[in-house]
Design a protein around this ligand. Structure first.
Ligand code: FES
Length: 172
């Protein structure tokens, strides 16, 4: 009788152990499956970029190909324009005029010395980024700029578009 009891208990214990181990294995597999759905790395491009101290930028423009932006430094301050054509994403280029041209910006007439041209399908943009020719449906965006508190470098925030007239005031 004692032997039967012992055998019954050990069988129950055995099945309890097998059940617990199975649950643990299923739980572990579920955890690793769900974990594999979450990437370890975010593939989003970096939006806030340090591009250097203001004094490394010449008067005029500088093309930063790695970040696909033009950084302009003029009397009024600095601003950044995307070089990504709003049609299908080719890099636009700056085309300098041989002579300044007067162009209308709304009611205002301004003199421009260059325009942006897309080599892919011929879209053209005014110096302020306004699309005026070709298939590009919208203007080139301007991005927010600020000075980093820690080291004084210019920061371009590609996650935040600003008005085309916005300027970052810097020492000349
Ligand atoms: S990608 Fe620029 S015009 Fe088509």
């Amino acid at each position: 009788m004692t032997e039967e009891k012992t055998t019954g208990l050990s069988r129950r214990r055995f099945f309890k152990w097998v059940g617990g181990a199975s649950l643990l294995a299923i739980g572990g597999q579920a955890f690793f499956f769900l974990r594999s759905c979450i990437p370890n790395v975010l593939y989003e491009p970096v939006k806030r970029i340090k591009v250097g101290l203001p004094n490394v930028f010449p008067q005029g423009h500088k093309f930063l190909s790695a970040f696909r932006i033009f950084v302009f430094k003029e009397e009024k301050g600095m601003h950044t324009v995307s070089c990504v054509c709003t049609h299908l994403g080719c890099n636009v280029q700056i085309s300098e005029f041989s002579q300044p041209r007067k162009v209308k910006h709304g009611d205002e007439e301004v003199e421009e010395t260059f325009e942006f041209v897309c080599p892919c399908h011929g879209s053209k943009f005014r110096a302020d980024g306004t699309n005026y020719c070709g298939p590009a449906p919208t203007p080139l965006p301007h991005y927010k700029m600020e000075i980093a508190q820690d080291d004084g470098q210019v920061v371009v925030d590609k996650g935040e578009e600003v008005d085309k007239n916005a300027r970052l005031k810097v020492e000349a």
